[in-house]
Design a protein around this ligand. Structure first.
Ligand code: AHR
Length: 659
């Protein structure tokens, strides 16, 4: 009996001890006066690549697909239309000798005054049209012989209702651009454009185009305002463009050539998008690049959103996952020259050839290019050989330009180690590391940079995203589990801001009906867009990066996963604030106390932003675009002690004034 009673007492005491241990707040110390590392203003940025209809069909607001009839199948996206007895014919005209870069036009011939004859365009998985919005239709046309033919332009809803209409009458027998504006009468996400010929006779057409008038900064033929706004809302430190594998191309002919992406829109030679047939499970044979979003637009967008421009250039190698085609070393000059000319285009004065072109294109002010990538995801001796030639030429002429060098597609392994060793011996500027890994990898690698050489090259975490199933699996989800793991990992990036100078999630955009790769940061359809939980993680880090890292410790150690917790602290010298980032990746709430040195005592109000979900599988969607999104609150604190409970599966940012 006595034994039983003693046992019961012991059990009760043990239970109380466990309960106490769980409810006793854990104590973290922050020395806000001890700067450990400076955080570069470039720290959190954006990776842009035309994948998943990110550019054509996405941020580039053109609504007409195959507007210049340059797809391999010249009438792809177009359909002949006739009604009420209209008769005629459509012919593709080849003018390669005259205009090799825009070699095809169409000739429509109507044989009868009666009825309607013409063609329709399906857009990029339909066209997104908004009621009350003004649309700008334009076309380049000529009449082989003078006639009274005019063009009746109509927008049709998916049900066939006319929701916008305009008339244009081409007048010239020479090529001339015509433009008309009209207002849409209904909202429709799967509209199509009809162009009817009215009258008897023939007309030749090219560059049939439709844009909303309202674009980003209301630039004519510009970018989708809602999508660029999402980028601006991240206050990104840099904009990496144009990729990604698209830089390399499946073969060299398919590589991105920046010089072909600037100037007159109808002279930018179209190119098949390398992602069109990359994945058998997501074929997109109609995916081409018009380069309406070209290097000038990339530079201007970077400037608009306050981001440092970071172009990545082909280094004489096609994608090593595809053909791996190589430019022989003795024929590399034009590629190297492209890099030198790009620097002159971005930074040169009006007295330079390329600087003058930039000024002529409407931007006399330099773009202040300071960083340039040589190659995307390259590896092997062949890369090293080409990298040496590029680097010497660039550094000889522009010693101030920092070069981003690839350490291959994986964050470890033989190729990674070889390149890492080589670049460190070469005192390379910045190494571009990529990781598309499981969420667990991100949790386990929060310490990745703790032991990197503090004096070696800077690290650009140039492409990363947690993959819920497997790399590029079509079943990957942008769920909270992945986003939370990324947040935990990013505390490690920030803690090591003396080594890591830039980081960007990849890919950026995906069209819900036209994607090839998932997960992606921002999803959109023809009218709307939403940020994923991963987007909000990126945004919270970027908006709260601070200027300098200060130590945040528990029992004298960095917080890198103990009890599922990850944390970092920084100060913002300009706003005089302390910023604490805390990730609880576990299923148990964590009562925590931050004991802060170097902050004035006295009551003050801290601003707490919480990003959380009790369900790690939670995703945002058009139905619930903000299911997992930041919630702001305030907390009355004593300046020296901040007490807070961090809920399970939660990322919290706490800001408080230092004085
Ligand atoms: O982000 C998608 C692709 O992943 C990029 O184009 C490439 O660099 C990487 O393999």
């Amino acid at each position: 009996m006595l034994v039983k009673k003693t046992l019961l007492t012991l059990c009760a005491a043990a239970t109380m001890l466990v309960a106490n241990a769980q409810t006793q707040p854990k104590v973290y110390t922050i020395a806000s006066g001890q700067v450990k590392a400076h955080i570069e203003p470039t720290m959190y940025g954006i990776f842009f690549e035309d994948i998943n209809l990110a550019a054509d069909g996405g941020v580039y607001a053109e609504l007409v697909k195959n507007r210049s009839f340059e797809f391999d199948s010249h009438l792809a996206g177009w359909q002949q239309q006739q009604k009420a007895g209209g008769k005629g014919g459509i012919e593709v005209v080849d003018r390669t000798n005259e205009r090799p870069e825009n070699a095809h036009t169409i000739k429509i011939d109507v044989s009868d005054n009666a009825g309607y004859f013409g063609l329709s365009n399906e857009g990029f998985r339909g066209m997104g049209i908004k009621k009350g919005e003004t649309y700008s239709f334009s076309v380049t046309a000529r009449k082989p012989v003078a006639n009274a033919v005019s063009l009746l332009v109509e927008l049709h809803s998916a049900k066939g209702l006319v929701i916008g209409t305009a008339i244009i009458t081409p007048t010239s027998t020479d090529w001339k651009k015509y433009n008309v504006k009209f207002v849409a009468t209904a909202t429709e996400d799967k509209a199509s454009l009809y162009v009817w010929l009215k009258g008897k006779g023939a007309v030749e057409l090219d560059m049939i185009s439709l844009f909303p008038q309202h674009t980003w900064k209301n630039r004519p033929a510009g970018l989708r305002a809602d999508l660029v706004q999402k980028l601006a809302d991240m206050k990104p430190g840099f904009l990496r463009f144009p990729g990604g594998c698209i830089v390399e191309g499946r073969d060299l002919a398919n590589r991105y050539q920046w010089k072909k992406s600037i100037g007159d829109i109808d002279k930018r030679e179209n190119l098949i998008n390398r992602w069109n047939m990359e994945f058998k499970h997501r074929p997109a044979p109609d995916y081409y690049q018009t380069f309406g979003l070209g290097f000038m637009e990339y530079f201007m967008t970077a400037e608009d959103i306050g981001a440092t421009p970071l172009p990545i250039l082909n280094c004489g190698m096609a994608c090593q996952y595809n053909t791996g085609q190589l430019v022989p070393l003795d024929q590399l000059d034009p590629y190297v020259q492209d890099a030198l000319d790009l620097i002159e285009f971005a930074n040169g004065g009006p007295d330079t050839k390329w600087g003058k072109l930039r000024a002529d294109l409407g931007h006399p002010k330099p773009f202040n290019l300071k960083v340039l990538g040589v190659g995307n995801e390259q590896w092997g001796e062949q890369y090293i050989a080409r990298w040496k030639i590029f680097t010497k030429a660039i550094k000889d002429k522009y010693p101030y330009v920092k070069i981003v060098s690839s350490v291959g597609p994986s964050p470890n392994g033989e190729e990674f180690t070889r390149l890492d060793k080589f670049f460190r011996a070469e005192h390379a500027d910045i190494l571009d590391e990529h990781y598309y890994q499981a969420p667990k990898w991100f949790l386990d690698n929060a310490t990745r940079y703790d032991n990197y050489d503090r004096k070696g090259p800077k690290i650009f975490a140039g492409e990363y995203a947690a993959q819920s199933v497997a790399i590029a699996s079509p079943d990957n989800k942008n769920n909270w589990d992945c986003a939370l793991a990324e947040a935990a990992f990013m505390t490690g990036l920030e803690r090591n801001a003396d080594v890591v100078s830039m980081a960007s999630y990849a890919p950026l955009f995906a069209h819900v009906d036209g994607w090839q790769w998932t997960p992606d940061l921002i999803w959109f359809d023809n009218l709307r867009s939403y940020g994923t939980p991963n987007y909000y993680v990126q945004q919270l880090f970027s908006l709260n990066k601070g200027t300098d890292v200060v130590p945040l410790l528990k029992d004298g150690e960095m917080v890198t996963g103990q009890d599922g917790c990850y944390a970092t602290a920084s100060i913002d010298k300009s706003t005089k604030e302390l910023i604490i980032k805390f990730v609880n990746s576990g299923a148990t709430a964590q009562p925590v106390v931050f004991k802060i040195d170097g902050v004035s005592a006295g009551k003050k109000t801290a601003v707490v932003t919480t990003l959380r979900s009790a369900d790690k599988a939670a995703v945002n969607s058009f139905k619930a675009p903000k299911l997992v999104s930041p919630v702001a609150s305030t907390l009355l604190v004593n300046g020296k002690t901040v007490k807070v409970t961090v809920e399970p599966y939660t990322f919290k940012v706490i800001r408080l004034k230092l004085n």
